[in-house]
Design a protein around this ligand. Structure first.
Ligand code: QZP
Length: 429
């Protein structure tokens, strides 16, 4: 693919790139473009949007660590909250800096304490086993809708304490939230149109009365009882759970299935040693980066490797490119569940690192327990790669472009096959 990098064409002599990280080609196969961005330099000017990009591990990691210079309070999408009105009241968690962020984070972290997570383990494992049994009894299933979507939607609502009947709302709302991180285009407008009405449903289900006692949602209100957050803040923090808790794990599981379906040897390895389940999920996060990018906004002028980034500028952090930076990883483009994937930035890093990571890992490992099922073998009956779609993250696609991630029972000669589909995700909303 032609390299669009132009040396020294950016501000202050920075390398500039014409790549559009929200464009169809890029979103269809982001990894194909990451090398170009990494090689262009430690920091690159993206002409199209007038923002900076970092795609190397060291710089991404530094920026994530340095929250005081690389702020989240102006939003972590392309839109600058200081100049544009956000589509909803900003998240107290995602779109905030210390000290406000610290207070909010504490309330959520408390609600998802290690003890709470440990208490969920059995429920998650049981649900995985019963889902696996049901699916095996049916034969061929769609891995994206019937595993990657179905499993989180079985365990998440009960753990949080909201109604089990929340599928369409949570999927539509997550879809909107993630599309809102990208440019104002048709995809964003369509998501917004679909989410009308759902916003009210979400707000209603963030209320204390709507949450089952003892669930994660209710536990956030414990901080309101103690006065460390207000009742209104507690509701917004529950909104964070509902926004961030479903799409992310659905995509994560979809990516895991996708990786394993493409590589029969890795799948057999996992089947042969289920203690690799945690490592397989971690390697999926490194290799596939379900959340591909995030912005920060500089609070001051900062110099990065001789290039000066001005104050108040947007910087796009390519988590996915950092996760495959050859400066950091050996054989980075190889999916290998035996590798030590620790240190990946798939969950971010620093003060904003995923607060629900333990919850997500529980789901990742839980779903891998499905590998215990005696006959399950993922294979994909390869439909052609879907047409390009615009999206802020590597997340939803309209149903018409859903990949075929069918999981077949292993009958006789049936073997896992690596096939050519790109998108471990259907978008049924
Ligand atoms: C989304 C919120 C991958 C992250 C962007 C997921 C995410 C985290 C937090 C929120 C939303 O606080 O609403």
């Amino acid at each position: 693919m032609p390299d669009t990098t132009v040396e020294a064409a950016g501000p202050g002599g920075a390398p500039a790139s014409a790549l559009d990280p929200f464009g169809d080609d890029f979103l269809r196969d982001p990894f194909a473009f990451h090398t170009q961005l990494r090689e262009a330099g430690p920091v690159v000017w993206l002409e199209r949007y007038g923002v900076w990009a970092m795609a190397r591990y060291a710089e991404v990691h530094d920026a994530l660590r340095n929250w005081a210079t690389y702020s989240s309070a102006a939003g972590v999408g392309l839109s600058d909250f200081r100049k544009e009105k956000p589509w909803r009241p900003p998240s107290l968690l995602l779109e905030a800096d210390p000290p406000e962020h610290s207070r909010a984070r504490k309330a959520v972290a408390r609600a998802m304490s290690p003890r709470t997570i440990a208490a969920l383990r059995e429920d998650f494992a049981r649900e995985a086993d019963s889902l696996a049994a049901e699916l095996l009894a049916r034969g061929t299933v769609d891995g994206v809708t019937e595993i990657a979507e179905a499993y989180p939607l079985r365990v998440f609502p009960r753990a949080v304490g909201i109604t089990q009947d929340c599928r369409e709302q949570l999927l539509a709302y997550g879809n909107m939230a993630f599309n809102a991180f990208g440019p104002r285009n048709q995809l964003q407008a369509d998501s917004m149109a679909q989410v009308q009405g759902v916003a009210a449903w979400i707000a209603a289900h963030c209320a204390r009365e709507a949450l089952a006692p003892g669930g994660l949602g209710d536990r956030i209100y414990a901080s309101a009882d103690e006065g460390t957050v207000t009742e209104d803040e507690a509701a917004l923090l529950v909104r964070s759970l509902l926004t961030a808790g479903v799409d992310t794990t659905v995509i994560g599981l979809g990516c895991a299935l996708d990786c394993l379906a493409r590589d029969g040897a890795q799948w057999q390895l996992l089947r042969g040693d289920l203690s690799l389940a945690g490592a397989a999920f971690e390697e999926t996060l490194r290799y596939a980066s379900p959340v591909q990018t995030f912005f920060r906004t500089t609070t001051r002028e900062v110099e990065v490797d001789g290039i000066t980034i001005g104050a108040g500028e947007k910087v796009l952090l390519f988590l996915a490119a950092a996760n495959r930076d050859p400066r950091r990883w050996t054989d980075p483009d190889r999916f290998d569940i035996r590798r030590r994937a620790v240190g990946h930035v798939g969950f971010g890093y620093g003060i904003h690192a995923c607060v629900g990571a333990a919850f997500a890992r529980l789901e990742g490992r839980g779903a891998a327990a499905g590998a215990r099922a005696p006959r399950g073998i993922p294979g994909t009956s390869g439909r052609a790669a879907p047409p390009p779609q615009q999206h802020a993250q590597r997340l939803r696609l309209p149903a018409a472009h859903a990949p075929d991630t069918r999981v077949r029972p292993a009958a006789g000669a049936a073997r896992p096959q690596a096939r050519h589909h790109r998108w471990p995700r259907s978008g049924s909303t």
